[in-house]
Every structure is written in structure tokens, then in C-alpha cells.
Design a protein around this ligand. Sequence first.
Ligand SMILES: [Fe+2]
Ligand SMILES: [Fe+2]
Length: 255
Amino acid sequence: MMPFGTPSRWLGEWDETEATRARHLRTVEPLEQAVIPDSAVTSGWEERFEAFLTKCYADDASADSSHGVEHVRRVVRAAKQLAEIERARLDIVVPAAWLHDCVLVEKSSPDRPRASSLAADRARDFLIESGYPGSCIPGIHHAIRAHSFSAGIPPETKEAQVVQDADRLDALGAIGLARCLMVGERMGRLLYDPDDPFCRDRTPDDSRSAIDHFYTKLLTLPGTMQTEAGRSEAERRAAFLESYLTQLKSELGGL
Ligand SMILES: [Fe+2]
Ligand SMILES: [Fe+2]
């Protein structure tokens, strides 16, 4: 048995505790409190990304406030914060976040699983034409392809993990709730199934109601997060959705 108080053992324990505490402190705080880093590499480029995106959305009826430029601005902000915490490369994360939805495909379309690959190709063409550093482009292309829930492409880099997590965070919390209801309305879905609003005795079917979408996708998102900071923020935002369901249940007479 190791003698009690062996210096190296004590040092090791102290380091581990401190490291764990530091990691915990970094991730339990709401993401809004995280630093938004500046990148010399991407400064000057962000205006060009936004102008390109605005052009892509100009004639696209599906670019409403649930999936338009405001969604992308929020994803860029969260992606920068996650990149800072996760030490991911901003010259890949920032363009990938700005361009991740530069091709929009309606959720009900059979082409939906291809949307992120179409966006990745369009973004790559734009970046090459614009003279963006070529060594970054494969990483940006992969991060855009892998961001999508429906494509099911595993993110293979830290940068792709950050972009995927940032996009998923926007489906949770107060913004996620509003977006879910807006999309449900646009697709002609019910708010809830009047016979079984909370899917007690049936399989959730989000082609039927917006509340079903909580069960088919939204509440599963924390379990799909790739980064520790993303997961703790997703859990916080999913708890808000749970509390909304609790309130809704009481307003519907405890159904
Ligand atoms: Fe997307
Ligand atoms: Fe998105």
C-alpha cells in the first residue's frame, strides 16, 4: 500500500481535482456568459459570408425567421463561444457556421437528408471563388455536411462537433420552442393531439403535431451533443422545454 501522504500521490490528486473543477466551472455556466472570441483570420470575411447568405435566401420562401439569417447569426455566436471553450479553429468554425444552411430544403421534402451536402458544396464553391485560404476548405466542407440531424453524418473533427452542437442548441430553449411552433404552423400541423397530447399511449409522430416534435427530436438532442460545453447548455435548454410541457399539461387540465 502506498504510504499515506506520498508527495507525488498528493500532487496527482490535487491536479486532478483542480482540472475537474476548472472543467466544471467552464461548462456549467450558461453559454451566454462565455467569451465571444475575435479572429484575425476571419475578420473582414464575416461581412462577405453574411452578404452571400442574404443573396442565397433572397428568393427562398423557406428562409423565414425560424431558418433565416437570424438563425444563422445565433449559430455563429454559439459556435464562436463553443470554439473558444473547446479550443477549436475559428478559421474553420466561423465560415462553416455562417454557411451551414446556405441551401435550405423544406423539412417535408424527400431531398431533406441531402440539404447539408448541397450546402457544403455551394459553400466550397463560394469560398474557392472568393479566395478563402484553401487549406481550411476541406474542414469547412466536412463541418457543414456533418451539421445536419437528418443527414446522420458523424462529425470527425472538433470544428465539426462545435458547429453541429451550435446548430442543435438553436432548436432548444426559448428560441427552440418558438421555432418549433413556427415550423409546425407553416407545415399545417396541430399544436397538440387533442386525444393524447403528450404521447402517453402512442408513438410520437411529428407530422401530426408540434408537441410530438419535442418527443421525436428536441428532447433527444442533449444526448446527441458532441462537446461537454454543448451538452451542459443543451441540458439547460431542454429543461426549459420540459417546464413548458409541465405548464401546458396543467393548462390542459392535467391530461
Ligand atoms: Fe441545417
Ligand atoms: Fe441551422
